[in-house]
Structures are given as structure tokens and as C-alpha cells.
Design a protein around this ligand. Structure first.
Ligand code: AMP
Length: 215
């Protein structure tokens, strides 16, 4: 089963994608995580995307599509995948459909985690992630047991530079002026399920599982 989670930054899609991936035994493929990993490892891709990421701008479609399609071709994605943060543009959406079609696959289900913009800003201002594995915490709603340290792997927590200042506003603007239009495409295909993301993590998770089971 190939599932896409669409949501603005701070909507909880990374957290929910992790939970769903665990529940369904599928890999969680996050374009943002893959880019951050490439940057941390200073690969050629990492060096190319750094400026875009720091500014909160979208990485060009050709780089993004190539990265994701090569990830989807790996053996662990054969049974399906939980996609998070991709696609974000119409060009990416079309490239994804074509790439899947070429190997006899398709997107089965698309969730939109709906959260009001004011709430997203509150969440993002408290968000910290761990250096080692990008586990997500929130100082207000989901603090780590030891301040500044990841509960799971003990690495230090940091605030993403693109979660603050102008970059965060730019990222939200891109989401609400561009990515949101992807919903129409999946709605027309009967694949879209809108989930109220402005609720506790457990309730959102339960709604996602229920929607999957009812398919
Ligand atoms: P995220 O962690 O999903 O918020 O992504 C962080 C940053 O990675 C974004 O602000 C973009 O610079 C880049 N990025 C992630 N996914 C994409 C995508 N599908 N298309 C273009 N840029 C992306």
C-alpha cells in the first residue's frame, strides 16, 4: 500500500508517518529527512540543496524527484511506503504517478492533516528534533524526559533553522499557496481523506488507522 501524508509544517505528519509505518510495517520516506541526511553527510546532493533548505524554499523538482524515485526503487519499498513531504508541487505529483505507473504501482490513499495556521506557528516555535535520527519533540506539548536530550537515542536536540523567523513563514506560504492544490487532484481520484490534525497525537493516529481499515 502506497500512502501519502500531506500537511503543512507542524501538522504532525512526520510523527504520524512514523506511527503508521510502524503499524503497517512499511518504510517512512520523508523528503525533508533525506535532504537533511544528505546535508549532514555533505554529499553532492546535500551541498546542492543547503541554500534552498536554509531559506525555507523548495528544492528544484528535478533533484527532489530523482532522490525520491531512487529511494522508492529500493527493496524495502516493494510492499509499499508512507510518503511524507513529497509530492509538494504538481510536477512532483505527476512524476510520482508516472514513476509508480512504470513499475505497475500507484498511490492508494492520501491523507491531508488539517491544522489551522495559527496553531502551526505555535507548534513550530516549540519544535525540537534530535541530531542523530530526527525524532521530534515539542517543549510545550511533548517534552523530552531530560531537557535538550532525545529520549530514544540520547543525542542532543536542536531547533531547525527553518522552523524560525522568515523561513518558517515562507514555508507555510508555499504550503498554503501551492502544495494545498495537490489535494484537488487526489480528491478527484477518490483517494483523499481529510483528517482533523488539531487533536492529540493518539486521536489523529486512531483516525488514520480507521480510514485505512475501512478501505
Ligand atoms: P520538511 O522537513 O518536509 O519540512 O522539509 C524541509 C525542507 O526540505 C523544505 O523546506 C524544502 O527546502 C526541502 N524539501 C522537502 N521536501 C521537498 C519537496 N517535496 N520538494 C521540494 N523541497 C522539499
Amino acid at each position: 500500500m502506497n500512502v501519502i501524508l500531506i500537511g503543512a509544517q507542524g501538522s504532525g505528519k512526520g510523527t504520524q508517518a512514523d506511527l503508521l509505518a510502524g503499524e503497517l510495517g512499511l518504510p517512512h520516506v520523508s523528503s525533508g529527512d533525506l535532504f537533511r541526511q544528505a546535508m549532514a553527510e555533505k554529499t553532492e546532493l546535500g551541498l546542492k540543496v543547503k541554500t534552498y533548505m536554509d531559506r525555507g524554499e523548495l528544492v528544484p523538482d528535478d533533484l527532489t524527484v530523482a532522490m525520491i524515485l531512487s529511494r522508492l526503487a529500493m527493496p524495502d519499498c516493494a510492499r509499499g511506503v508512507i510518503l511524507d513531504g513529497f509530492p509538494r508541487t504538481v510536477a512532483q505529483e505527476q512524476a510520482l504517478d508516472e514513476g509508480l505507473h512504470n513499475v505497475g504501482k500507484q498511490i492508494d490513499l492520501v491523507f491531508y492533516l488539517e491544522v489551522p495556521r495559527e496553531e502551526l506557528l505555535v507548534r513550530l516555535s516549540g519544535r525540537y528534533i534530535c541530531r542523530a535520527n530526527q525524532h521530534v519533540y515539542n517543549v510545550n506539548t511533548r517534552p523530552p524526559k531530560t531537557p535538550g536530550v532525545c529520549d530514544i537515542d540520547g543525542s542532543l536536540l536542536y531547533q531547525r533553522p527553518d522552523d524560525t523567523g522568515e523561513a518558517v513563514q515562507r514555508r507555510l506560504n508555499i504550503f498554503f499557496s501551492e502544495t494545498i492544490y495537490l489535494l484537488d487532484y487526489y480528491r478527484d481520484q477518490g483517494k483523499l481523506v481529510v483528517i482533523d490534525g488539531n487533536r492529540p497525537i493518539e486521536q489523529v493516529r486512531a483516525s488514520l488507522i480507521e480510514a485505512i481499515q475501512s478501505r
